[in-house]
Write a protein that binds this ligand. Sequence first.
Ligand SMILES: C[S@@+](CC[C@H](N)C(=O)[O-])C[C@H]1O[C@@H](n2cnc3c(N)ncnc32)[C@H](O)[C@@H]1O
Length: 277
Amino acid sequence: MLELSVEQFRSLSQIIYQKLGLYFDDRKLYFLKTRVSRRMAILGLDDPKDYLFKIGYGDPQGQEMQELANLITTNETYMFREYEQLQAFANYCVPEVLSAKQAIGDRSLRVWSAGSSSGEEAYTLAMIIQEIFPQAEYWDCMIVATDIDENMLRRVRTARYGNRSIKDVPEEYRRKYLIEDCGEYVVRSRTACLVRTQHLNLSDRIAMRSMGGFDFIFCRNVLIYFDELSRRAVVDHFYNALNPGGYLFLGHSESVGRVTTAFKLKQFESHLVYMKE
Ligand SMILES: C[S@@+](CC[C@H](N)C(=O)[O-])C[C@H]1O[C@@H](n2cnc3c(N)ncnc32)[C@H](O)[C@@H]1O
């Protein structure tokens, strides 16, 4: 087994923090060690010092950081996750945003699933929008699924899922929006076509500045891996990327109250959502 000293682990986690915003404390030493040893075996390196040098100074295009990111991110996801929050989206937020847009003759709708993993969240949002707003077909409607992990984005593009991913899809939605194929489920093309993928590192300030014009941003179960400082930077970018009247949805445990007061906090039944005024 690879010998990674505590100092080497800390240097590595510092580089990861700077590049990805993800914070690995000392309890994650074993986890990082197993991932790094996989990369070192592929690269034919024996000494962790050489790996630290490579990722710190010999990776100008960020390819090695990308390979490592693919191994260290947590990709757990499934459709209709945190169902009650989605009800707030469907019952209150979408109707409110749509009527404001209809009033000014704007027929576009932009949704961003940030940290989309394999895409279950993005397709869930597409199904909900088509269900509650059938005219979406005649609108310029797009859901942008972004992630740092390219393997996940490839899976988004297949729009093909196993039983675990669809376990919480209501039966009616399953029949309407998914097709069973060889024991798996494929999102029907009229729904899948609303989703686009884009590779994006939430800690890349330049890339984040290029994102804008969104009515809804979902970033759930992503920022738990960030520390307060990197989380604040991401949430500030989300604020700028939202249209006035737009909403940010975070995971249950990821309050932005502590990181920004820019958003107006709104409560729909038991759910708190963040609105840009
Ligand atoms: C646990 S999944 C969340 C999936 C989905 N949002 C959900 O709630 O089910 C977290 C995702 O965030 C992505 N991620 C982590 N750090 C990131 C970063 N710096 N930039 C972009 N995506 C990142 C991971 O690759 C992973 O796919």
